[in-house]
Design a protein around this ligand. Structure first.
Ligand SMILES: C[S@@+](CC[C@H](N)C(=O)[O-])C[C@H]1O[C@@H](n2cnc3c(N)ncnc32)[C@H](O)[C@@H]1O
Length: 479
């Protein structure tokens, strides 16, 4: 039997939480001197087909990218895309992590998403060894893994599904029968409210999970979870220290209701690792996306709002009121993604948030937000907004166009992907579905050789400007 990832493909996709821009931003907020993400070296361990690394390489042409994966076919598919895009700043290598050594070179960012929990102990050990040995002094490593206590819920179903398909070899059969089992059991009279909730959660998970992900992740031979304190201890053994979560909101006291903040203080005090562990206990966390740095780096966790003054800010948050009162002293509420809320009565902050909503998904540099004389106050409010998840911070200016030019150009990767289907990678390093067939056709034509007239011939009779605006809003255009 061959390597599982060569038998059933596992298409990769962009992960915004691993992008060097994100990691540099968080490292900077915690007092690190992370390297500028537009001139850096990135290593991805278990990179699969490069679905995450290739769009980074395309968007950051002055940076160098190396990916390693054991799966021959995944690497080969990635190389085909790299060749089609003519990228020279990325190489994918078919290699076992346990064989990778110092000769790989030094990297500012080392990424490993969806690998740590799914590999045997010696590969986990190699993953952390490389994350230290090949990491630059000011570098940041990203490692994601399943976490307890939340993973116990998944594990319960994993045990049932694995037992049920124990003698099924065929991958499609394993997937189908595992799903069928949970669906059938859920229809039985369940013993109490708790069982109902657990089954509902699992059914929801199954309905949102692609067959190959379920096959490789949930039904894998190896799929281990760790308490955060166990992971942090392993990292320490490799001379790495905890920096932050890649989803910064997840570690902010601002989003904790009062009793949670009080409990964390009581159980953990000022100890960062203990705090994170107890937060996992309280929230029942199931997955972590942890950033690490070398143990000798001196961090400053005081989170100074001033640090955002060098950054770009983007926000899709909207005022709740359709006609917000922007005068000083009148409180207005703004709502963003994932339920993020911020109320402020500061005129300068309200004006800034409305401006940001107007240009979304573009960002504006803090210094261009026009906070004359009130920069400190604005920084404080916007930083608060970042900590509750209302806005994004970036070290890099947006890499995509706000509007289409005379001869519009779309991301070459999105153009290539649009030939094969609806799912394409945006220049914000996210995935979207371009459902509209005409939009998809238009996207393929945007190679910079056609003006509006020529484009109209390709997508006749349609409101071209509306479509181009839509593609720009989805961060698919370069110009
Ligand atoms: C669950 S997939 C995650 C892939 C990708 N990082 C993602 O998130 O889409 C795990 C990856 O680790 C790779 N892998 C497993 N064991 C490995 C090893 N010993 N050396 C290198 N890669 C390995 C697999 O081939 C697979 O591509």
């Amino acid at each position: 039997m061959g390597f599982a990832y060569d038998q059933v493909l596992y298409p990769g996709f962009p992960l915004a939480q691993t992008h060097p821009d994100r990691l540099a931003t968080i490292a900077g907020l915690l007092g690190m001197r992370a390297l500028p993400p537009d001139r850096c070296r990135v290593l991805e361990l278990g990179c699969g087909d490069g679905g995450n690394l290739i769009p980074m390489a395309l968007g950051l042409p002055q940076s160098q990218f190396t990916g390693i994966d054991l799966a021959e076919q995944a690497v080969a598919r990635g190389r085909t895309v790299i060749q089609a895009l003519g990228l020279e700043n990325i190489s994918l290598r078919q290699m076992d992590l346990t064989k990778a050594g110092a000769d790989l070179g030094e990297f500012d960012y080392v990424l490993a998403h969806g690998v740590y929990s799914w590999v045997p102990p010696e590969v986990r050990d190699a993953l952390l060894r490389i994350s230290r040995a090949n990491l630059a002094p000011d570098g940041v490593a990203y490692v994601s893994y399943n976490a307890y206590p939340g993973f116990h819920r998944r594990e319960m179903f994993r045990g049932m599904m694995l037992h049920h398909v124990r003698s099924v070899r065929d991958p499609a059969g394993r997937y189908q029968q595992a799903v069928q089992l949970v669906e059938d059991l859920a229809k039985c009279k369940l013993d109490g409210e708790l069982a109902r909730l657990l089954f509902d959660e699992q059914l929801q998970h199954l309905s949102e999970t692609a067959p190959w992900v379920l096959y490789h992740d949930d039904l894998a031979g190896t799929n281990r979870a760790f308490y955060f304190h166990e992971f942090a201890a392993e990292a320490r053994r490799h001379h790495l220290q905890y920096l932050a979560e890649a989803d910064f909101v997840e570690m902010q006291a601002e989003t904790d209701p009062e009793p949670v903040a009080e409990a964390l203080e009581r159980f953990a005090g000022g100890d960062v690792v203990a705090r994170e562990q107890y937060r996992d206990f309280i929230r029942g966390r199931r997955f972590r996306q942890t950033l690490l740095c070398r143990e000798e780096v001196v961090l400053d966790r005081s989170l100074q709002p001033d640090r955002i003054k060098e950054l770009y800010i983007a926000s899709e948050a909207r005022p709740v009121s359709s006609q917000p009162d922007l005068r000083e002293g009148v409180a207005e509420e703004f709502r963003g993604p994932r339920g993020a809320v911020l109320e402020t009565d500061s005129a300068v902050a309200k004006i800034a948030l409305c401006r940001l909503a107007g240009v979304w998904p573009q960002s504006i540099r803090f210094s261009d937000l026009g906070a004359v004389g009130e920069a400190a106050r604005l920084a404080e409010i916007l930083f608060q907004g970042y900590r509750v998840g209302l806005l994004e911070l970036h070290t890099l200016a947006p890499q995509f166009a706000a509007t289409a030019g005379d001869h519009p150009v779309a991301s070459p990767l999105a153009r290539l992907q649009a030939q094969q289907g609806a799912v394409v990678t945006t220049l914000r390093h996210t995935l979207i579905e371009v459902d509209d067939a005409i939009d998809r056709r238009l996207l393929q034509l945007l190679d910079g050789t056609r003006n509006r007239e020529a484009l109209l011939e390709g997508v006749r009779g349609e409101e071209i400007e509306t479509r181009l605006d839509r593609l720009a809003k989805e961060a698919l255009l370069l110009g």
